[in-house]
Design a protein. Structure first.
Length: 142
């Protein structure tokens, strides 16, 4: 009886761990684009969410745009701040969109690094597509 209870408990724990692992991810910050908020080497806990769950001002983790030179050993993610979401006015720092509307199109969003002079973000890459989004930063892991 005890062995069956222990096996059930371990199976439930393993299942819960799998669910949490699919929903959360730890990411290490590289680069200085988010200084002073985050520094290189900081680790953040990221909750995977779709674009419609992101709020302005939240830190997000995104995949860099194609064509961005990426060192061989660097991780495939960037941490930035979401500043405009679908339907929002494009911030003045971001180049005009091709359609000239000045509004973030559906399925796109605008991100900026807190360290403007050292950040590759929407100021250079324009709006990011929703499929580039990994999720939102829940907390810093210190």
């Amino acid at each position: 009886m005890r062995l069956a209870l222990l096996a059930a408990f371990l199976a439930a724990g393993a299942g819960a761990l799998l669910v949490l692992r699919r929903r959360f991810l730890a990411v290490t910050v590289t680069g200085v684009s988010m200084e002073p908020t985050l520094r290189p080497g900081d680790r953040v806990l990221v909750r995977r969410v779709p674009l419609h769950r992101v709020r302005r001002g939240q830190l997000v983790v995104i995949r860099p745009p194609a064509g961005l030179p990426h060192p061989q050993d660097s991780p495939p993610w960037m941490v930035k701040r979401a500043v405009a979401l679908p339907g929002d006015t494009v911030p003045i720092e971001v180049p005009a969109l091709d359609d000239g509307s000045g509004v973030v199109p559906p399925g796109r969003f605008v991100v900026l690094g807190d360290n403007a002079g050292r950040s590759y973000d929407s100021r250079r890459a324009g709006c990011f597509r929703s499929d580039a989004l990994l999720g939102v930063v829940v907390r810093t892991l210190r």
